[in-house]
Design a binder for this molecule. Structure first.
Ligand code: ZN
Length: 228
């Protein structure tokens, strides 16, 4: 028994029933079906431009994001700043901790990876998957993945990216632009219509996580950061 509808469960990362399995180089991923079709086309196009466009990550559910969130709060996982330097959370207030984490890591319930329409990518011609850090220097001008991202910018600008776009394109105060992250816009936007501050409050009340009282109290603000 759940108080959430099927669409609500999808946007909150509480179900995988609608997702398809995809095997890439021995790694398993879950993706929404239209997103998977579009991804395969993008991959072929990249191949003919000389890039081996591959996935680092696709769907991640609420529970997985909760492990990441709590690992960062516990100090088991590193929290870094825009320059890749480690931040010591012990020196920070709860609100500052949240602000530091959400620069690069979503709050459980507010991850675009819940949607099954969003992916993190790299160029496997340049380095192996294990060596990828997903840090800004890798994708910025001069970085190892810059050529593939310049090509992707061109495809996106010319409407040749099979429906993918960059949802964190603008440099914002709150969430860092993640050039490695692409979203299949049509399906993502459809799903995100089901998200609201009150839905998030219900989620955090019924699926508790660290600092959830703070999150519940500020649900409107975090929702805005995410959707702006
Ligand atoms: Zn991502």
């Amino acid at each position: 028994m759940s108080e959430f509808s099927e669409s609500q469960k999808r946007v909150l990362g509480l179900t995988t029933e609608h997702l398809l399995h995809y095997d890439e180089g021995g790694s398993q991923f879950l993706l929404e079906s239209q997103t998977l079709d579009a991804y395969k086309k993008l991959k072929v196009a990249a191949q003919s431009a000389g890039f081996d466009l591959c996935l680092i990550s696709a769907y991640r559910g609420y529970d997985r994001q909760k492990v990441i969130w709590e690992g960062k709060l516990d100090g088991a996982r590193k929290v870094h700043d825009d320059d890749g330097k480690t931040i010591d959370l012990n020196q920070l207030s709860d609100e500052q901790k949240i602000a530091a984490i959400i620069r690069f890591s979503a709050i459980p319930g507010l991850s675009r990876h819940h949607l099954g329409t969003d992916i993190d990518i790299y160029d496997a011609n340049v380095m192996s998957k294990d060596a990828v850090l997903l840090e800004p220097f890798e994708v910025e001008a001069g970085g190892p993945f810059a050529p593939m991202h310049e090509w992707l910018d061109e495809q996106i600008n010319n409407n040749n990216a099979f429906g993918f776009y960059r949802p964190f394109k603008e440099r914002s105060q709150t969430v860092a632009p993640e050039r490695w992250h692409l979203s299949f816009r049509q399906e993502a936007e459809k799903l995100l219509k089901h998200l609201s501050p009150s839905l998030l409050e219900s989620l955090w009340e019924t699926h508790p996580l660290k600092l959830n009282e703070r999150l519940i109290a500020e649900s409107g603000r975090y929702y805005q950061f995410f959707t702006q």
